[in-house]
Design a protein around this ligand. Structure first.
Ligand code: NAG
Ligand code: NAG
Ligand code: NAG
Ligand code: NAG
Ligand code: NAG
Ligand code: NAG
Length: 348
């Protein structure tokens, strides 16, 4: 399935100037239920390097550089589900190599409760050539993000390389929305146990996991963790991603989550974004550790200051507990007595 049904409208509003938008929105609506036909009609508009002219009369519109992510479009169409939703994670070589985070992450879809079908909709974004090659060995949908830096090594939290990486990711995510795809981004140091979409509503433009959850999904004072968040594709969410990226300039250099925290109130007040936070009972973190195995959907090895060498055994440990839990008879599970103990390798 592809995301074109949404994306035609998006093309109209983002590439074209106001005057032209009207024309193409009409074309789009007329052809709403037949993507192929509407694409043919769209070719009526001649798009050259981001400039658009209509067949009968030239229209000058704002010049736009072609997106550096254009080559992702065909892959997006392949990986999106019937709803136009993709799941996305990102890796560098350190995380993608054998027996590292990527392997564990992929394995968690097999040990989890009926979630292996999500692998068909998972896009793995590689930050370097080695990660890309390794990705292709273990997964079908891999994309290499071209960035002008060497990201092969283990990027320590808040190093310059890491910061550039996460900002490139924000740009890529906006492109995905512009293509009409919704996305659920998941860090690769998150293991999956259950279907997280159960806790994501159609109401919200953006649903995010929390570092600190204070009991109310609507409360802006919740502390977001943008290592796991969902965004619905729409005009307003494309603007949101652009706003987020541009906000980087207004604050001292930092990673995307820190800047998001600075602007979360603005996003709600100025853009009208409907933002929801999910309880750490469901989208767990090492920081606010969740112990209810009847509820857990995902677990994030966040806040682990001593790195990969500690995360791996801690996450593996949780999978071992999970396997024992899933082997229990249903009545035993319902009692809610079986739990796991807190990871011991990571220093928080
Ligand atoms: C689109 O515009 C370019 C540049 O003006 C021109 O060379 C090309 O023939 C046009 N294509 C169509 C299908 O009109
Ligand atoms: C698009 O328009 C801009 C501004 O008029 C111009 O500089 C640029 O060369 C055009 N690009 C193409 C591919 O025609
Ligand atoms: C543009 O072309 C369409 C289809 O060929 C035609 O119906 C319409 O009258 C034209 N508009 C102008 C302003 O020439
Ligand atoms: C489009 O822009 C070019 C250069 O900016 C200008 O020479 C041309 O007259 C414009 N055409 C229209 C139809 O406005
Ligand atoms: C998208 O949002 C902008 C800003 O609010 C608005 O001007 C534009 O008309 C919207 N486009 C569509 C297609 O809704
Ligand atoms: C899982 O169950 C096996 C068999 O009862 C036991 O040996 C093992 O310690 C358990 N592991 C965990 C992590 O609970």
């Amino acid at each position: 399935m592809d995301c074109d049904r949404n994306s035609l409208r998006m093309i109209a509003s983002f590439i074209l100037g106001v005057g032209v938008t009207l024309t193409l929105v009409v074309l789009y609506q007329a052809a709403n239920f037949d993507d192929q036909k509407s694409l043919e009609k769209l070719s009526f508009a001649n798009v050259t390097g981001g400039n658009v002219s209509l067949a009968n009369g030239s229209v000058n519109v704002t010049h736009q550089e072609p997106s550096p992510f254009q080559d992702l479009a065909p892959l997006l169409r392949e990986v999106a589900d019937d709803d136009g939703t993709i799941i996305m994670t990102s890796v560098n070589w350190a995380w993608a190599q054998q027996d590292s985070l990527l392997d564990l992450f992929l394995q968690s879809f097999q040990t989890g409760e009926n979630i292996d079908h999500f692998l068909k909709h998972l896009l793995v974004v590689a930050f370097d050539g080695l990660a890309f090659e390794r990705c292709k060995v273990v997964h079908k949908y891999c994309y290499q993000l071209k960035v002008d830096m060497d990201f092969t090594g283990q990027q320590g939290f808040l190093t310059k390389g890491y910061i550039e990486l996460v900002w490139a990711k924000v740009e890529l995510q906006r492109y995905i929305l512009e293509q009409g795809c919704n996305f659920l981004f998941t860090d690769v140091d998150i293991i999956w146990f259950r279907n997280p979409f159960k806790h994501i509503t159609v109401y919200a433009d953006m649903t995010t996991s929390s570092d600190g959850y204070i009991g109310d999904p609507d409360d802006i004072n919740n502390s977001p963790n943008t290592g796991f968040f969902y965004v619905k594709s729409s005009n307003i969410t494309v603007q949101m991603m652009r706003y987020w990226h541009d906000a980087r300039k207004r604050f001292p250099p930092h990673h995307e989550q820190a800047i998001f925290i600075n602007i979360k109130q603005e996003l709600v007040n100025s853009l009208g974004i409907k933002l929801q936070f999910v309880d750490t009972k469901y989208f767990g973190t090492f920081g606010q550790f969740s112990t209810d195995l009847n509820k857990i959907c995902t677990m994030h090895a966040n806040a682990c200051v001593n790195g990969l060498g500690a995360k791996l055994p801690d996450l593996k440990g949780l999978i071992a507990y999970w396997k024992n839990y899933t082997a229990l008879p249903i009545e035993e599970k319902k009692k809610g007595l079986f739990t796991w103990s807190k990871p011991t390798n990571c220093r928080l």
